[in-house]
Design a binder for this molecule. Structure first.
Ligand code: GLP
Length: 242
């Protein structure tokens, strides 16, 4: 794992955006795995800025998002669909047909999961996967447990996740209990992975991840220790305990 400790959130976001931009310049039809949550917002802002300044072209980039809340429709402002369009896709030239996000309202979730994995395979897998991390070590919505699934699937959200994400829903009771997420297999097969962590609430999990040097299904992000090309970028607050 390559570790970069940035001075603050802005710097973390700039470094992440620069890495993504470099990969797109090397491979204009990059298959880019995208994440949601608060952490990558600054990275998306930087990428939008580069695009608006004419420094970056997304016209051939293919995107696959990690996850979506089960039961939320794309036009629900709390859905990850909505988040992605408002914070990124509406401001850059990614072609609509190149955007992929799991459908949280698909009547047959198993079929939707299969379809999603097939699409990813069709494009040869993810070239660069952007990741945040949950306070409990989840990546995408792969929650801690006795086992981790490799393929896209419907999952129950962990109590820690419901609590952490209640801020986007007004109250914890409003947070969907389930989500569709790509599995650990899809993430681990990405050629390159960029994990971002920001803020003091991520300090404990980052210390656990980086200090323990052990892999456990109780800390899904720990599997990244086995990947050959992971760059972790965290700000000073997230690196506080480590
Ligand atoms: C969310 C998402 C993850 C994200 C994580 C951290 O629930 N499913 O993809 O990385 O939890 O979110 P945040 O960046 O808001 O702390």
């Amino acid at each position: 794992m390559k570790l970069i400790i940035a001075g603050d959130y802005q710097e973390m976001s700039r470094i992440a955006a620069n890495i993504i931009a470099e990969e797109i310049k090397k491979k204009p039809d990059l298959v880019l795995g995208l994440a949601t949550g608060s952490t990558p917002l600054g990275t998306y802002r930087e990428l939008v800025r580069m695009y608006k300044e004419g420094k970056l072209d997304f016209s051939r980039v293919i995107t696959f998002n990690l996850d979506e809340y089960y039961g939320l429709s794309p036009d629900d402002p709390r859905s990850y669909h909505y988040y992605m369009y408002r914070n990124f896709f509406d401001h850059v030239n990614v072609r609509p047909e190149n955007i992929h996000i799991p459908d949280g309202t698909a009547p047959d979730v198993e079929e939707e999961s299969r379809r999603y994995d097939e699409e990813i395979k069709k494009f040869g897998g993810i070239d660069l996967q952007l990741l945040g991390i949950g306070v409990n070590g989840h990546i995408g919505f792969n929650e801690p447990g006795d086992e981790l699934l490799t393929a896209t699937h419907l999952t129950d959200l962990a109590p820690d996740t419901l609590t952490a994400n209640a801020r986007f829903f007004g109250s914890i009771d409003e947070v969907p209990r389930k989500a569709i997420t790509v599995g650990l297999g899809t993430i681990m097969q990405a050629k390159k992975i960029l994990l971002l962590a920001s803020g003091p609430e991520k300090a404990a999990i980052m210390a656990e991840l980086l200090d323990d040097d052990a892999v456990s299904t109780r800390v899904p992000a720990s599997f990244l220790l086995l990947h050959r090309d992971v760059t972790v970028i965290m700000d000073k607050d997230a690196a506080e305990i480590y």
